[in-house]
Each structure stands twice: as C-alpha cells, then as structure tokens.
Design a protein around this ligand. Structure first.
Ligand code: PMP
Length: 402
C-alpha cells in the first residue's frame, strides 16, 4: 500500500552537504551550510553556552518533567525583552503573548497555523519572491495561502524597492506580510531605515497588513543586538499588531537544540490572554510541549549579567569574522581583476553573499575547484576562512571567464 510513494525532491541545502560529503577531494570546501564555522572550519559552541551547561548540570535540583505547553515562562519574557527591548510598552502593558517553540521554523509554523485558524483578515501571506525556501512550505502546510512580493533585483544585486512596494500595495487589505527582521536570507539585502519607514507606512496606514517578522539573525548581522532588532521595534512600538518568530540557532549557536520564541503582539491585554489559550491549542496536538535544555541555556545566559555581556562579545566575534571574510573575498577578486562588479559582497548583510553567479558557474566551481554552494549562487561566508578565500577567488575568477 506504499508502493506508489514517489521520491521527494532533495532539500537544496541538505543536497549541497551530501554532494560535499561525497566529494573525495582533500581541498573541498562547503559554502552551502547555513551554520557558523570557525577560522579552522569547525562548528562553534560558544563559551557562554558551555558555562551555562555546566551550571545547569551542577544543579541537582533540576528534573526532566514536562514543560508547560508554551515552554518556560521566564524564557518567554527574556526573549520578548531581547527582541523588543526591555522598555517596550507592549511588554509593560501585557499586550504580548510569547511561546517557546522549536527554533525559528517551529515559531513560523505555529504562528502560521494560529493565523490560519484565528486571523480575521485574509488568510494569505506575502513572502519575498526570493527567500529562505522553507517559507514556501511552512505556511501552506500551516493552512495559509502563500503569495510572493518582489524583493531582490538581480540587475543591481540590491533591493527591488519599487517592485516590493507595488506588490504590497496590490495585496488585499489586511493580508499578512512576512518580513525578514535583518540579514535577509539568501540575498543579504535589507531595506534602508528610510525604506523601512515607507514600508511601515504602507503596511500600517495604507493597507492594514499584518507584519510577521522572521528574526533568525539578531546580533549576527551587525554584531549589535539592538541594531539588528531595529525594524521589529519600529513596528511593535507604533502600537500595531505584529508577530515575531525568534531563533537562537545562529546567535547562540544552538542550532540542534531547537530553541525559539514566537510572540504575538496585539492592542489589548484581554485579547492577548485569549490568544495565549489558542496558541496552546495549536501546539498541544502538534508536539505537546517543547524541550527543556536549550531554553534553560538561554535563560541562564540572558538572566545573568556577566554571561549576557560575555555572550555579546562572542556574538560580535562571529559577526566580525563574517564581515572580515567579505572584505577578504572582495579584495581577492579586486587583486585578480575579476570581471564584474563585486561591491555587493561587502554591502550585503549577514551570513550569506548572494553572489549573482549562475547555476552553470556554481556547477563549474564544484567540479573544477571542489567548492560547494547552493545552485542560486549563495555563498555562506561563515564557511570561509583566510586559507580558502584565495581558492574561492580563483574559482570565481575562472568561472566568470568561462
Ligand atoms: N528563517 C530564516 C530566514 C532562516 O535563515 C532560518 C535558518 N536557516 C530560519 C528561519 C529557521 O531556522 P531554525 O529553525 O534553525 O531556527
């Protein structure tokens, strides 16, 4: 009764990792993976995370009981403060519901299903036409119709601002719009603050759209937690309804621990209480309650002044290494006088450079230089180091001259 089951297409990112693992070359480089790597190419467990783990393990009063459906209450409060700022009026006025979910993906999925069940506006979510590909699966699976708005302009390797505004203006009033809080994946292209202000005006005043922020890179983009939360705070502090999905995968390096927070910010504390009950009703039949340990690590770090300060330094260290890789790659291409403009390598923000290399060029670099990346030409800058930058620059140079 299962013989009809078709082979599902390979996930593009896992596909790159598989091809990388199969490549026998000793000089192979994986620039597909969306996870931080050290200069030595190794995964990084932050020192503050190690310290928090030690504290937690030493505490023999801890047990393995189930958490409440929406997770650790203290975690939710600390997470809301981290993304919105501790002085955020919505927190003081109890107009916010925050639930601990399974990393960013889980937050988007639970938030999507909550909207599909309870949102009074159109159950349509506008997603950037170029985006983290999982968005296109998460929301329809949650019961929302997914539509796209123009975002990236391959000609300028920047934001298609006019296209974005035109598409959002043409959306039905009240539709949901997914916005990357910062460090847009995969393009590394974010609106300027002036553009954000115009987007906010369109979303709030012209169209009454419901913003759903995906915040997967707070602190990881610029090195500053506050700067990377700027756009989210602008929207929440205008008093309008907003959803935020927060992930601790990148900024605390807790990828596999699956720690995230979904916040729904509304206008009235009574409404918030009722929403809380319904968010719980989405979660309960899905996975009952979230896991404990990762969220306990986050609570330990965010709840301890010394660890929090140390975290900020380590976070900035990761962000700075990525920025330095951008400059090294840019300089290496300049030194080779590689045809084309490469300013976008230093202008784009966050973990990725959306290089503009074609599918064929990516394939050529894989076979000739053992450099692996997704076929859209997205380079994970965190996968690079001082030793591999020249190899990548040689590969890009040769691919462009092909
Ligand atoms: N949103 C975006 C834009 C992402 O890039 C990612 C991670 N690649 C996520 C959400 C979710 O990641 P996670 O579920 O690991 O937190």
């Amino acid at each position: 009764r299962f013989a009809h089951v078709q082979q599902a297409p390979e996930d593009p990112i896992y596909g790159v990792t598989n091809a990388f693992l199969k490549d026998p070359s000793p000089v192979k480089v994986n620039l597909g993976v969306g996870a931080y790597r050290t200069e030595e190419g190794k995964p990084l467990v932050l020192n503050v995370v190690r310290k928090a783990e030690e504290q937690l393990l030493a505490d023999k009063s801890r047990n393995k009981e189930y958490l409440p459906i929406s997770g650790i209450t203290h975690f939710s409060r600390l997470s809301a403060q981290l993304i919105l700022g501790s002085d955020c009026p919505a927190i003081a006025e109890k107009r916010i519901v925050t639930a601990q979910c399974l990393s960013g993906t889980g937050c988007l999925r639970v938030g999507g299903e909550f909207l599909a069940k309870h949102y009074s506006g159109p159950k349509i979510i506008y997603i950037p036409a170029t985006t983290w590909t999982n968005h296109f699966r998460i929301f329809p699976n949650a019961g929302m119709e997914a539509r796209t708005y123009r975002y990236y302009d391959p000609k300028t390797k920047g934001l298609d601002y006019e296209g974005m505004m035109e598409d959002l203006r043409a959306a039905p009033s009240g539709a949901v719009v997914l916005l990357h809080a910062c460090a847009h994946n995969p393009t590394g292209v974010d609106p300027t603050r002036e553009q954000w202000a115009e987007i906010q005006h369109l979303v709030r005043d012209e169209k009454q759209l419901l913003p759903f922020f995906d915040s997967a890179y707070q602190g990881f983009a610029s090195g500053s937690l506050d700067a990377d939360a700027w756009a989210v705070r602008q929207f929440v502090n205008d008093g309008g309804e907003t959803l935020v999905a927060q992930s601790y995968a990148k900024n605390m390096g807790l990828y596999g621990e699956r720690v995230g927070a979904l916040s729904v910010i509304v206008k009235d504390p009574d409404v918030a209480l009722r929403i809380e009950s319904q968010v719980n009703l989405v979660i309960r039949p899905m996975y009952s309650s979230p896991p404990t340990f990762g969220a306990a690590i986050v609570c330990t770090i965010l709840g301890n002044k010394a660890l929090y300060e140390e975290w900020k330094v380590e976070l900035k260290g990761m962000a700075d290494r990525i920025i330095s890789m951008r400059h090294q790659l840019f300089d290496a291409l300049k030194a080779r006088a590689t045809p084309g403009t490469w300013d976008h390598i230093v202008n784009q923000i966050g973990m990725f450079t959306y290089s503009g290399l074609s599918k064929e060029q990516v394939e050529y670099m894989k076979t000739e230089y053992h450099i692996h990346m997704t076929s859209d030409g997205r380079i994970s800058m965190a996968g690079l180091n001082t030793r591999t930058v020249p190899q990548l620059a040689d590969a890009i140079h040769a691919a462009v001259l092909q």
